[in-house]
Ligand binder design. Structure first.
Ligand SMILES: *[C@@H]1O[C@H](CO)[C@@H](O)[C@H](O)[C@H]1NC(C)=O
Ligand SMILES: *[C@@H]1O[C@H](CO)[C@@H](O)[C@H](O)[C@H]1NC(C)=O
Length: 142
């Protein structure tokens, strides 16, 4: 039992460490309330890590789900508001490298619950391991 647990832990650690080292973060400085028809900043951070990685791209989407359960962001991004290059750089010394994306919340999007989803793709390490993660934040469209 003990050795099984240890093996499981080791397996988890070896798969999780490179993943976590590359994990991006998602901040919405405009807050959890986004105004339909307005421009908002979506901030994507990438912790600096020792494992070299090549950033490929991010896609930022908005899924409107005012009256229902939202679908997992890794299954749908909804309306794509941005897709393209991701170049996180240091701005403030106390923050990890990040890039601010200014995106437009569509005018006609329903008021109420929505999900901002960010798909992030990079190549990690000397072997160029293809890495995909999807981040999300629940917001309210006002
Ligand atoms: C990114 O957005 C935040 C929030 O609005 C702002 O404080 C920061 O100065 C912006 N950074 C850059 C480099 O524009
Ligand atoms: C958002 O991310 C969290 C943490 O990974 C996850 O538990 C949740 O199911 C996600 N929600 C959506 C709508 O994708």
């Amino acid at each position: 039992m003990k050795s099984l647990t240890l093996t499981t832990l080791t397996a988890l650690t070896t798969t999780l460490v490179p993943t976590l080292a590359q994990n991006a973060g998602l901040n919405l400085p405009s807050g959890p309330e986004l105004k339909a028809g307005s421009d908002v900043i979506v901030q994507v951070t990438r912790p600096n890590s020792l494992t070299g990685s090549t950033e490929l791209a991010v896609a930022i989407g908005l899924q409107s789900c005012p009256n229902s359960e939202c679908i997992e962001a890794d299954e749908t991004l909804g309306t794509v508001l941005y897709h393209g290059a991701f170049n996180p750089v240091y701005h403030e010394y106390y923050l990890p490298p990040y890039e601010n994306f200014t995106v437009s919340v569509p005018e006609g999007v329903s008021k109420g619950k929505a999900v901002v989803g960010v798909a992030h793709v990079a190549l990690v390490g000397a072997s160029n391991w293809p890495f995909l993660e999807v981040l999300n934040k629940t917001v309210t469209i006002v």
